[in-house]
Design a protein around this ligand. Structure first.
Ligand code: HEM
Length: 288
């Protein structure tokens, strides 16, 4: 395909703020993964760290790291691969598929880890059995996984299998919307998972009188509990910068002549709004 080596046309759409925000979001997502590796990977439990990685004796610890690495870091990088760096369309598409496939591998490991950890007594540090699917975290996490998985499969069928062009064009807005929403749901699942552990490990500080010096009381919490909070905040910041990276600034688009188009029923591209500025149809991604 001659068009395959052209630069991805979506690259033209984001403004400089979107691009900077995209890079910041990826760095933050990677930082969240590293923070979780420290929290679950360090073994000094007196400091509140959670015991280290061992698939046989401490299977659960792989769950948070793999889920955030897959559904937040890999998913975000895959989504933004179309927007941050100008690359050939073929390479961009390969990168998009590759990162999403890494995400699927990570989330399969992460999900197995929590079910194995809950259902096999000898796979936990405390040799207990735990219930499955009872918490808000597990419902939100499952919703994110189902949405992400369906979007992955539908994306695969539409853009990697032979499919009429008008099907591809019509499905694109839903693909973008579902993918972005799955990312935000995964971030919320990550934050709620951290909150669940925070409560389970009894992190809330005990006070004997009114808490008039919040920082002093906060510092009585051990390092592990504080790291849970910081990781949650890093995830929140990841959500903020991801939203900024994906935000369509109509003022910039109008200046660049890349206002979004809508398709009519015969998939003929028509401008979304009447504007005196010339709308360059060539900037719109029609062949994903
Ligand atoms: C992308 C992020 C995440 C997703 C999509 C996700 C998804 C899920 C799902 C579907 C379950 C239910 C499995 C079962 O009940 O056996 C679960 C359980 C659990 N997850 Fe996560 N998780 C994520 C991140 C995290 C993080 C960051 C933590 C903690 C640091 C965490 C802590 C837990 C805990 C403690 C359970 C067992 C208790 C429960 O079912 O609520 N998760 N997760």
């Amino acid at each position: 395909m001659a068009d395959d080596n052209a630069k991805s046309k979506l690259y033209n759409r984001p403004g400089i703020i979107n691009k900077i925000a995209g890079f910041v979001a990826i760095v933050l997502a990677l930082s969240a993964v590293i923070m979780l590796c420290v929290l679950f990977g360090r073994t000094d439990e007196s400091q509140g760290y959670l015991g280290g990685f061992n698939w046989i004796e401490n299977t659960f610890n792989y769950h948070p790291v793999m889920m955030v690495a897959g559904l937040v870091f890999c998913c975000l990088t895959a989504i933004l691969s179309y927007r941050l760096v100008p690359m050939s369309k073929r390479f961009t598409k390969a990168m998009h598929v590759c990162f999403h496939s890494c995400a699927v591998i990570c989330l399969s490991i992460g999900l197995s880890a929590v079910f194995i950890g809950n259902d096999y007594q000898n796979r936990n540090q405390d040799d207990k059995l735990y219930a499955n699917l009872f918490s808000l975290h597990s419902f939100v996490g499952l919703a994110a996984l189902i949405l992400y998985g369906s979007n992955y499969l539908l994306g695969f069928c539409h853009y990697l299998m032979p499919m009429p062009m008008d099907y591809r064009v019509r499905y694109m807005p839903s693909h973008v919307f579902a993918g972005s929403f799955a990312l935000f749901a995964a971030i919320f699942a990550g934050i709620s998972g951290l909150q669940e552990l925070f409560t389970e490990y009894g992190c809330a500080p005990q006070v004997q009188s009114e808490d008039l010096d919040t920082t002093k009381v906060y510092n009585t919490m051990n390092a592990g509990c504080q790291l849970m909070n910081s990781t949650g905040l890093v995830l929140l910041a990841t959500a903020f910068f991801s939203a900024l990276a994906l935000w369509e600034n109509h003022a910039v688009s109008a200046r660049q002549g890349t206002l979004p188009l809508r398709t009519d029923l015969t998939t003929k591209l028509i401008p979304n709004q009447s504007s005196s500025s010339e709308i360059r149809l060539s900037h719109i991604e029609t062949n994903p």
